[in-house]
Design a protein around this ligand. Structure first.
Ligand code: SAM
Length: 243
């Protein structure tokens, strides 16, 4: 079983999340497990205070170091992640690294203006889910949980479907279509109806390269294309209306 430990002031936010859809089913089947740690339970006063005003002044409150240190003292051996907009970007390769861990993954959800810097150093990773600021780390933790869980064998139907997914090979995924064959005059590309699996794979590869080029030039710039890739990309580019 793959275990997540969620350190949060709002464990109730996770209840429907861990009981619903693929994650809920994976919990029922014993593939995923969740433990919760409420930092408020480790406060030092009877008001269960976990925040205080910042040294040096300024707006907002800061999560205090001591309750967090107390909460982390008796943890089992685990990989400790502090979710923060100031962290390194969380990417598909981070998700792959976490899915391969042989110990629980602790996700610490900050609140207020953040965490006393002296505790931040005690985490193994500080990770951001994007260049924007959330009210707290809980939604970020859910994003990490979904990305990691779908790489755990058995959680989604076919692990194969994660192999070609966006980012897993450095590219965005090719476009997908399902029935009907035509909607308002828009037809599914003929190649997908041809039954020629080799040609379909080539078309998908070309589309995957084209999409990455058009919407994620940062990824495309560092992607090393083979000679065959270059040909498939050029064919896809020729067929693109805005080439
Ligand atoms: N004052 C902080 C700053 O400017 O960097 C932002 C604090 S934010 C309001 C409160 C908490 O939300 C953070 O400690 C972090 O746990 C979480 N959070 C906010 N944005 C995040 C992001 N993009 N990725 C991961 N966690 C985030």
């Amino acid at each position: 079983m793959y275990r997540f430990i969620l350190a949060t002031l709002f464990p109730e936010l996770f209840r429907p999340f861990v009981e619903t859809s693929l994650i809920g089913k994976a919990v029922e089947r014993g593939l995923l497990g969740f433990d919760f740690l409420n930092v408020r339970d480790f406060a030092l006063d009877r008001h269960r205070t976990v925040d205080d005003s910042p040294y040096g002044g300024g707006p907002g409150m800061v999560m205090m170091a001591e309750p967090v240190i107390r909460a982390m003292v008796d943890l089992p051996v685990c990989h400790k992640v502090f979710l923060s907009p100031q962290g390194k970007p969380f990417t598909q390769s981070t998700a792959q690294r976490f899915a391969a861990l042989d110990k629980p993954l602790l996700l610490f959800c900050g609140r207020y203006e953040g965490l006393d810097e002296r505790v931040v150093e005690r985490f193994d990773d500080q990770l951001s889910i994007g260049d924007f600021v959330l009210n707290g780390g809980e939604v970020a933790a859910m994003a990490v949980i979904e990305a990691v869980s779908r790489l755990i064998p058995g959680v989604i139907g076919k692990l194969d479907s994660t192999v070609e997914e966006s980012f897993s090979n450095g590219l965005l995924e090719y476009p997908q279509y399902t029935r009907p064959e035509e909607i308002d005059g828009q037809r599914v590309p003929d190649i997908l109806l041809s039954g020629n699996h080799a040609k379909i794979a080539e078309w998908r590869r070309g589309q995957s390269l084209l999409r990455t080029y058009l919407t994620r030039p940062d990824l495309f710039a560092v992607y090393e294309m083979s000679d065959k890739d270059r040909k498939l990309f050029n064919d896809a580019l020729k067929g693109h209306p805005e080439k």
